[in-house]
Ligand binder design. Structure first.
Ligand code: GRG
Length: 305
């Protein structure tokens, strides 16, 4: 067959992820120096520089480059979305929320630094995210675009975004009446809005047209929900393998999940459908340039952790 039949076969997604994650990690390291007062910066760095997958920064960088922007135009925004994500994890793990002991393969922030410091590290990361985006995005990007990104990030964090998802999640804990509509609300707000914000900020700051931004928003909405459906499936299949039993922990626990509410096989079909819809959102772009976002959609759909 002629070589142009598979134009994307040359794109090495794993190498792309590694290069981008290394650059994001370096930028995050510089963004939070270990200065006075050291305890708070140590606590922020402990969670921020732990081994996260960096999915949100990568989405931001890939969306920027797809619309013709350069990595430097959005590195500050990519760091900002990871700061917000990390602060939400620190607060989510607190005893007053999920009360978790482990995160990113190590003891949670409050287990190491104490609850007070963990609350403050989350607050400081949230504040730094906005400061960093505003202060370190190159001025040639344009102040309207920078303001637009700040508005997107604010919406994604607040009572229309992560906070809304967390509130409804807490309120519906143990409630046997949680149905697919409530579950989708929780996941869209707790997870999808920040993935969407990452893509939209990347496209806006990269100089994308309104039409580009809206097409990429559609892509991002689908991968956002996909991310969580896959998480729910992994909870079942991983724990099934671990326990060597027929039902994993989230098939038997109180928590509502997609496999529990629609069955494992239908949850898998739903994930496939979301993946296809996400890819349709990229149909209007040059496939070679869209390869990183296509690869990220496949990665989210088929990841194992
Ligand atoms: C945002 C002001 C403010 C408060 C936080 C606690 C809270 C309100 C919201 C909870 C948000 C939350 C923890 C959502 C779960 C998101 C999620 C899917 C986490 C796992 O993401 P991965 O797999 O993790 O990308 P890594 O560690 O790889 O980055």
């Amino acid at each position: 067959l002629p070589s142009q039949v598979e134009p994307m076969s040359e794109f090495d997604f794993e190498a792309y992820m590694k290069v981008k994650a290394d650059r994001v990690n370096r930028a995050l390291d510089v963004a939070v120096p270990l200065c006075h007062p050291e305890q708070i910066n140590e606590s922020m760095r402990y969670s921020l520089l732990a081994s996260g997958k960096r999915v949100r920064p990568m989405l931001c960088l890939a969306a920027c480059e797809l619309v013709g922007g350069h990595e430097g135009d959005v590195m500050a925004a990519a760091c900002a979305v990871e700061m917000v994500h990390t602060m939400s994890l620190i607060h989510d793990d607190l005893p007053c929320m999920d009360n978790d002991d482990l995160r990113r393969g190590r003891p949670t922030n409050h287990k190491v630094f104490g609850e007070g410091m963990a609350v403050l590290a989350g607050d400081a990361l949230l504040s730094l995210a906005f400061e960093h985006l505003a202060a370190h995005t190159p001025t040639h990007v344009g102040s309207n675009r920078i303001l637009g990104a700040i508005v997107e990030l604010g919406k994604a964090v607040g009572a229309e975004g992560l906070v809304a998802g967390q509130i409804i999640d807490i309120a519906s804990e143990g409630d046997p009446k949680v149905d697919l509509e409530v579950l989708e609300y929780i996941h869209v707000h707790k997870t999808a809005v920040l993935l969407e914000c990452s893509v939209v900020c990347g496209a806006m700051l990269g100089g994308g047209s309104d039409e580009d931004v809206e097409k990429l928003r559609t892509y991002a909405r689908h991968i956002g929900l996909l991310f969580q459906v896959v998480d729910d499936i992994l909870d079942v299949t991983a724990s099934t393998e671990e326990l060597g039993k027929t039902a994993g922990k989230d098939m038997v626990s109180d928590k509502a999940t997609y496999p529990k509410l629609m069955g494992l096989s239908q949850a898998r079909d739903f994930a496939e459908d979301l993946l296809n819809k996400a890819k349709e959102g990229l149909a209007g772009f040059d496939p070679a340039k869209a390869a990183p976002l296509l690869g990220l959609a496949d990665y989210i759909a088929h990841r194992t952790n």
